[in-house]
Each structure stands twice: as structure tokens, then as C-alpha cells.
Design a protein around this ligand. Structure first.
Ligand SMILES: Cc1cc2nc3c(=O)[nH]c(=O)nc-3n(C[C@H](O)[C@H](O)[C@H](O)COP(=O)(O)O)c2cc1C
Length: 299
């Protein structure tokens, strides 16, 4: 009933834990069995291990969360030999989320992860391009096109490109990523934002800006998913501020094949489970046999 297929990968339900908010699943085992989920997008990986940013990394705002983690992660190879071994014991789709500072890093990471026992690769193009002044790969279409094209050239797993809402034009960006070979898209990542500590008269974050997520971004994320779905032929995974099953159903009605839940996991560790159960009850009440019946119904 809840099953969906994304790029040929069957998910038992449409709810995936979003990258960076669920680690590698370990912390959630004391609340429930992560095998209940449709999938887990692991913490963003980079070729080399990263310690992350100095200073404040998480800051709550009204209806949202600012983060500046700096992609703290154990590195691709450590993931494959350690964290993935544990994740593989779960019966849920494993999506390796990967970032990079250069084109070469992305390509090398994709080669390594392609040979590992993961179901999909999610390419995070919101990372700063260190060779081009630090502007994220996901802002300008032609920069994103090149990284997606090169990664696709070596990637043997379904390639999901995760779009930044800070892209100059989200629809044009989605089209260029598909032209470069994306098998699917996920959106949105966090919005560029900031906060100021007025007593210190300084920005809260060392990097000044940080990424905004959570309920505050949901209506904008939903609009972006809606616009992208109308213009591409690949499956879209929707996310941004989903905290309830009703939010998830909205994204599906806007055309998303599956959804990811991020910040809500910090507010309620059972958020993903509550959302799965809520969608199931809704389908029973409305006599919906498959999510295909409502997917994109508002388009
Ligand atoms: C603390 C934190 C860490 C994140 N780390 C990553 C990451 O490593 N890779 C990535 O693609 N997205 C990362 N994200 C973005 C989320 O996966 C998601 O796209 C975004 O938060 C919007 O969804 P939400 O409002 O449900 O959280 C992170 C978000 C948060 C809050």
C-alpha cells in the first residue's frame, strides 16, 4: 500500500530520513527500528574525513533551525568499511549522500561509493567549490551541469542530485541536472540565512551565514518541488520543513515520489514513524490503494 519506487529502487514506504539529521541510523535505534523507514540518506560524506566547523553549529529560530555543521563526517572509505557494514543489517534503502570541494573529489567519491553496497547515491551540490571562489556548485546551472555529468560518467548506482534552493533558477537548474544525467532529483537543501548575537554585536556563526531548515521553509520548498516536477521526467524526492503526515501528503500531491524528513527528527525522534503511520491511516480513510493515485494530483 505504502510502497513506492524511486529510480527502480523499491521503498517500503515513501519516508526517508534526510541527510545530516539521522547520522547513520545508530542514534535512533533506541527509539525504534530504523528498518521501518523507506530509506536513510546518510550524513553527507566527503573523500577525506572532516571535523566540521568551529564555533556555534546549530541555532534555533522561530519555526526553524540554522546549521553550520561544516560536513563533519568520517570520510567515504571509513563509511564503506565501518558505518555501512552496520547500516546494511537494516532492511531499508541506503542512500549515500556525498559532497565535495572540487570536481575531482566528487568523481573519486562517486567511484568509491558506486562499488559499495548502497541503493542510491545522492549528490549534494550545495557544497562550496573551493577552486571557484567558494560559490556552491548548485548555484549556477553550468557549474552544476559539469559536476553531475562527470559523476554520472563513473556512477553505477541510481544518481539522485540534491538541489539547493539557493540556485539562481530552480527550474532551469533541475532541467540542466537532468540533461547531465541525473536519474532523480531531491529538493530542497537548506536556505542561506543568518542570525546576529546582539549582545556580542557579532554574527552567531563564524561563517556569518548558515543553512535554514524546518517548518519555516516548508511552503517555499513545496512550491519549488511543484515547479520542478512540472518540468522534469525523473522522480523527485521532496523535502523541506516536513514535520507531519499532512505535510508529507502535500509534497506527494505536488508530485513528489517520496519525501525526506530532516529537522523534525530533532523535534520528535519518532517523527518519521508518526508520518508513516499518519499517511497509512489517511490512505485507509480515503480508500487510497496506492500513493500513485494521489501523486501529483494538483498538477
Ligand atoms: C543539522 C543538519 C545537517 C545537515 N547535513 C546535510 C548533509 O550533510 N548533506 C545534505 O545534503 N543535507 C544536509 N542537511 C539538509 C537536510 O538534509 C535537508 O535537506 C534540509 O534540512 C531541509 O529539510 P528539513 O527542513 O526537513 O530539515 C542538513 C540539515 C541539518 C538541519
Amino acid at each position: 500500500m505504502l510502497e513506492v519506487t524511486v529510480c527502480g529502487v523499491k521503498l517500503k514506504n515513501p519516508v526517508i530520513a534526510a541527510s545530516g539529521t539521522y547520522g547513520f541510523g545508530e542514534e535512533f535505534r533506541s527509539f525504534y527500528n530504523p528498518s521501518e523507514l523507506g530509506g536513510i540518506s546518510c550524513k553527507g560524506l566527503t573523500i577525506n574525513k572532516k571535523e566540521g566547523n568551529e564555533g556555534i553549529r546549530i541555532y534555533e529560530t522561530k519555526s526553524g533551525l540554522l546549521n553550520s555543521i561544516g560536513l563533519q563526517n568520517p570520510g567515504v572509505e571509513h563509511f564503506i568499511t565501518h558505518e555501512l557494514e552496520n547500516m546494511k543489517k537494516l532492511s531499508t534503502a541506503i542512500i549515500a549522500n556525498m559532497g565535495g570541494g572540487t570536481l575531482e573529489d566528487y568523481v573519486r567519491g562517486a567511484e568509491l561509493l558506486s562499488g559499495a553496497d548502497i541503493q542510491m547515491l545522492e549528490l549534494n551540490i550545495s557544497c562550496p567549490n573551493v577552486k571557484q571562489g567558494g560559490m556552491a556548485f548548485g548555484i549556477k546551472e553550468e557549474v552544476a551541469y559539469e559536476v553531475v555529468r562527470q559523476v554520472k560518467g563513473v556512477c553505477k548506482k541510481p544518481l539522485i542530485v540534491k538541489l539547493s534552493p539557493n540556485a539562481e533558477n530552480i527550474v532551469a537548474m533541475s532541467e540542466r541536472c537532468c540533461a547531465a544525467g541525473a536519474d532523480g532529483l531531491s529538493l530542497v537543501n537548506t536556505f542561506n540565512a543568518m542570525a546576529i548575537d546582539i549582545t556580542k554585536r557579532k554574527p552567531v556563526f563564524n561563517n556569518v551565514t548558515a543553512g535554514l531548515s524546518g517548518p519555516a521553509i516548508k511552503p517555499i520548498a513545496l512550491r519549488m518541488v511543484y515547479e520542478v516536477v512540472k518540468n522534469v521526467d525523473v522522480p523527485v524526492i521532496g523535502m523541506g520543513g516536513i514535520t507531519t503526515w499532512q505535510d508529507a501528503v502535500e509534497f506527494i500531491m505536488a508530485g513528489a515520489t517520496a519525501v525526506q524528513v530532516g529537522t523534525a527528527n530533532f523535534m520528535n525522534p519518532y517523527a518519521c514513524i508518526d508520518i508513516i503511520e499518519g499517511i497509512k491511516s489517511f490512505m485507509e480513510r480515503e480508500r487510497i490503494k496506492s500513493l500513485e493515485e494521489i501523486r501529483g494530483c494538483i498538477l
